[in-house]
Design a protein around this ligand. Structure first.
Ligand SMILES: [Zn+2]
Length: 555
């Protein structure tokens, strides 16, 4: 669009600005010709090749705008606007084209005056609507008979569609849902564009145009509506990203009463991607690889704006999985190989599943958003821990895993016969008994950067650990059966034994563990093996730990 530089000083009478010949004097406000018919008539008079159709404006009844710089202003229909004192004033509803001459060219500017006085509606964020994705409407400027500004072969409406389609694709690759105001070279009324946007409930509206002025004018600018400067961050993000991707001259952010910006309820911006009237820029603007860079800039800018301003609804994790049967697993934007690839996962990588999709696919958390993967290459946690099948501890372990007290390994094994370190055991105990308060600790072999530091603080506060006499805790040593028994008995200190041990290896029990082992055995929390052995010095296994803590929890 051209910048209107000065106010027209002439005082123009209605008679001077007579309407186009084909519009009869009987035309009244309620019977305004359709915008397309008016455009047809203008094109019949001036011919498509010589006319520059500018970006549409939006006025409410009673509002005025400056008359564009030029001469021989004419209205394509009566009853919508009047021209007086160098201003265009909206006097009725409908659409009108103001044609005028400037620099030996004919210009047409479409002005839309809506019937309703509807204002900006409350805007609902994706989080309010429970959406885990953004919705963007992409508007390719002009279209069909409204060819926009003429170029050196292709007109604005054709090139804006080429770029807009690339923007659509780039946004879809970012998991953003996109609707186009037009998919092909058809004519659309100004209000149809914003009605589509408002009905779709898009989070952002982006209109793609090309600029036209003198042959030497160059560069990119992005428009924001002057009454909606709170949405200027959208224009700024787009402008910044597009300039960085293209290296074009930065003409900055501008403000104008453009119809599509005013009529849309959501944050909106109109991008002038370059000057179609400049041969050098024209050649770039029709080049697919340059269009690609432009589109990437637009998509990056829109995404950045949305991420900065709108919180998506987060889907809770319903299962976890690990990548199997492949070295790399493609993550796509939808359920199926037909959707664009967002990236890839490596073998054994863990994923969080948020939804079960079609065709055996799953939606997973991916890079701060979501992606989709084929279930053929996942092993799901809900499918169980493979090495528990047939193991005596299976039910207790699955119960603990489901409560989040203890984890399996990333490969979905539990390794029930493995030992457990003193720190790991404390972590499980804290979860089982919900210990969260912390005390200060000063074990000489523990420092605050270690993962178990906080766990030991909780255990000291709960009073079930004391550490060794040399003031160490030896957190990474495996824990023995008698040490584990002592910790549990301190927690279950209301349980008493009968004062005698009475098993084959009772002499091996350390003096400090005798009462603990006695009370736990007598209360059925720990047991003896089939040879009547307690094995107090053996390391307790992961399965035995779960079983003892499970019984203690329920006692
Ligand atoms: Zn345009």
């Amino acid at each position: 669009m051209e910048k209107r530089k000065s106010i027209i000083k002439h005082i123009l009478s209605a008679g001077l600005i007579c309407s186009l010949a084909l519009i009869g004097s009987s035309t009244i406000a309620n019977a305004v010709e359709s915008a397309e018919n008016q455009l047809n008539s203008i094109l019949k008079i001036y011919g498509l090749e010589s006319i520059n159709i500018e970006d549409g404006q939006f006025l409410r009844i009673g509002e005025k705008m400056k008359l564009p710089t030029g001469s021989e202003w004419k209205l394509s229909t009566e009853g919508v606007v009047s021209i007086e004192d160098g201003q265009i004033k909206a006097i009725g509803t409908g659409t009108v084209f103001v044609t005028y001459k400037k620099d030996n060219k004919v210009h047409a500017i479409e002005i839309y005056v809506p019937e309703t006085q509807e204002r900006i509606k409350k805007y609902y964020s994706p989080a309010d609507e429970g959406r885990d994705y953004y919705k963007v409407i992409v508007d390719a400027g002009h279209g069909g008979k409204d060819s926009g500004a003429p170029g050196f072969g292709k007109n604005e409406s054709v090139i804006s569609l080429e770029i807009a389609k690339k923007v659509e694709q780039k946004l879809k690759e970012k998991n953003i849902h996109v609707k186009m105001t037009r998919e092909d070279d058809t004519y659309l009324k100004l209000e149809e564009r914003t009605v589509k946007a408002n009905n779709y409930g898009a989070d952002a509206f982006v209109s793609i145009h090309l600029n036209s002025a003198t042959p030497s004018a160059r560069g990119i600018e992005t428009y924001c509506h002057p009454n909606k400067q709170m949405y200027s961050p959208l224009a700024k993000e787009i402008q910044t990203h597009v300039i960085s991707k293209t290296g074009a001259v930065n003409r900055g952010i501008k403000y104008d009463n453009l119809a599509v910006l005013r009529g849309s309820n959501m944050p909106s911006a109109l991008l002038e991607t370059g000057f179609i009237s400049n041969k050098e820029e024209y050649n770039k603007l029709i080049d697919p690889s340059y269009q690609d860079r432009l589109a990437t800039g637009v998509a990056d800018g829109v995404e950045q704006y949305l991420k900065n301003t709108l919180i998506l609804h987060t889907l809770p994790t319903i299962d976890t999985g690990v990548v199997i049967n492949t070295d790399t697993l493609n993550v796509r934007s939808g359920y199926g190989v037909g959707y664009p690839k967002l990236g890839e996962l490596k073998a054994n990588e863990k994923v969080e599943i948020v939804a079960v999709g079609d065709y055996g696919w799953y939606k997973i958390k991916y890079k701060g958003a979501y992606g989709c993967v084929s279930g053929k290459y996942l092993r799901l946690a809900s499918q169980g821990l493979a090495d528990l099948n047939g193991h005596w501890s299976k039910d207790a372990v699955l119960d603990f895993v489901s409560k989040g007290y203890i984890d399996g390994y990333p490969d979905y094994t539990f390794r029930p016969e493995n030992t457990i370190t003193r720190a790991e055991f404390v972590k499980v105990v804290n979860k089982v008994f919900n210990y969260t308060d912390k005390a200060q600790i000063n074990f000489t072999d523990v420092n605050s950067s270690q993962w178990y530091y906080e766990e030991l603080c909780k255990a000291i506060q709960a009073g079930y650990i004391k550490g060794y006499e040399d003031n160490t805790f030896r957190p990474e040593n495996p824990i023995s059966r008698e040490e584990a028994s002592l910790m549990i008995s301190r927690i279950k200190n209301n349980l008493k034994g009968d004062g005698t041990l009475g098993f084959a290896d009772e002499s091996q029990v350390s003096y400090w563990a005798k009462d603990a082992v006695d009370s736990l055995i007598d209360n059925g929390i720990v047991g003896l093996n089939d040879r009547n052995l307690f094995r107090p010095l053996d390391n307790i296994t992961r399965a035995e730990s779960v079983m003892a803590l499970s019984r203690a929890e329920n006692k």
